[in-house]
Design a protein around this ligand. Structure first.
Ligand code: ADP
Ligand code: MG
Length: 265
C-alpha cells in the first residue's frame, strides 16, 4: 500500500452515530485485511469502550500523545475487531485547555500519526461532539472528512457551522482536506421523513450522501452497551450496510468515484 488514507468522522452534534460509524467501518475494513488504526478523540471514550477497553482502567491515552508526554506507539492497543486503537480517557477533557497554550496546537495529532502511519492502510478519527481544538486536530490530520447525519430530525442547522469549520481548516491548517459527504444514519427507508431530511440537507449544503444509508437497528444499542462491536454478532442489516459503506470508501481510495445515494421522493 503506497499511501495511508486518513478519514475524520465529524459532527459537533452528539448521538448521530460518529462512534458507531468509526467502529463499524473500521471492523469491516479489517475483515477485508486492510490494516486499520482508529483514533478516539472523545473524552467520553465511547469508541475505546465499544472496542473492548475500559477507559477508566487505562493509564495512558491519546491525551498523553497530544501533549507530548508519550510516544504514540506506546499507547496503541489491539482489539478483538482487529483494528488498532489509539484510546481516549477522561483526561482528554483537559487537553483542550492544555493545547490552547501551545503553538501549532492543531497539528498535535497529525504529527503523532506521522510516526505510525506507515503501519496502516487506513486511519479513522472519531471526533468529539464539539468544534473545539480536538476536532480541529482531527480535521487537520485527515485527508478526508465524512459527516454522519441522523435522519430523524429536521434540525440540521449545525451542519452549516460544521461546513464553515471545514472551510476554515482548508484555508488555514489543511488545504488538502476533502469533504467526502454525509453518511445517513439511523435511517428508516419506510418513512418519507428520512428521505425528506436527506434530500433537504444534501440540497441545502450541496453535500453528497454516501451510499448506502445505515438503517436503524436495535442491534447497535445492544452492541454499544456490551462493549462488543455490532460487526461481530449475528448477521444484521446495520452491519451489512456498514460493510457496503466500507467497500464504497475502499473503492474510492483505489481511484473510483465514491458512490452516492439519491433519495427517491
Ligand atoms: P455519536 O458518536 O455521534 O455520539 P454514537 O455512535 O455513540 O453517536 O451513537 C449514538 C447512539 O445511537 C448509541 O447508543 C448507538 O448505539 C445508537 N446507534 C447508532 N447507530 C445506530 C443504528 N443504525 N441503529 C440503532 N441505533 C444506533
Ligand atoms: Mg461518539
Amino acid at each position: 500500500m503506497a499511501m495511508t488514507r486518513t478519514l475524520a468522522i465529524a459532527n459537533q452534534k452528539g448521538g448521530v452515530a460518529k462512534t458507531t460509524t468509526t467502529a463499524s467501518v473500521g471492523a469491516a475494513l479489517a475483515d477485508k485485511d486492510v490494516s486499520v488504526l482508529v483514533v478516539d478523540l472523545d473524552p467520553q471514550g465511547c469508541l475505546t469502550f465499544s472496542l473492548g477497553h475500559d477507559p477508566d482502567q487505562l493509564t495512558k491515552s491519546v491525551h498523553d500523545v497530544l501533549i507530548g508526554a508519550e510516544d504514540i506507539a506506546d499507547v496503541l492497543l489491539d482489539t478483538d475487531d482487529n483494528v488498532t486503537l489509539l484510546p481516549a480517557t477522561i483526561d482528554l477533557a483537559g487537553a483542550e485547555a492544555l493545547l490552547l497554550m501551545r503553538p501549532g496546537r492543531e497539528y498535535a495529532l497529525k504529527r503523532a500519526l506521522a510516526e505510525v502511519a506507515q503501519d496502516y492502510d487506513v486511519v479513522l478519527i472519531d471526533c468529539p461532539p464539539s468544534l473545539g481544538v480536538l476536532t480541529l486536530n482531527g480535521l487537520t490530520a485527515a485527508d478526508e472528512v465524512v459527516v454522519p447525519l441522523q435522519c430523524e430530525t429536521l434540525a440540521h442547522r449545525g451542519v452549516g457551522q460544521l461546513l464553515r469549520t471545514v472551510t476554515e481548516v482548508q484555508q488555514i491548517t489543511n488545504p488538502d482536506l476533502k469533504m467526502l459527504g454525509a453518511v445517513a444514519t439511523l435511517f428508516d427507508a419506510r418513512t418519507t421523513h428520512s428521505r425528506d431530511v436527506l434530500s433537504d440537507v444534501s440540497d441545502r449544503y450541496e453535500l453528497p450522501v454516501l451510499s448506502p444509508p445505515i438503517p436503524r437497528t436495535v442491534r447497535f444499542a445492544e452492541a454499544s452497551a456490551s462493549g462488543a462491536s455490532v460487526m461481530r454478532g449475528r448477521k444484521n442489516k446495520g452491519a451489512s450496510a456498514y460493510r457496503d459503506l466500507a467497500d464504497n470508501l475502499w473503492e474510492s481510495w483505489q481511484g473510483s468515484d465514491v458512490r452516492t445515494y439519491e433519495p427517491e421522493l
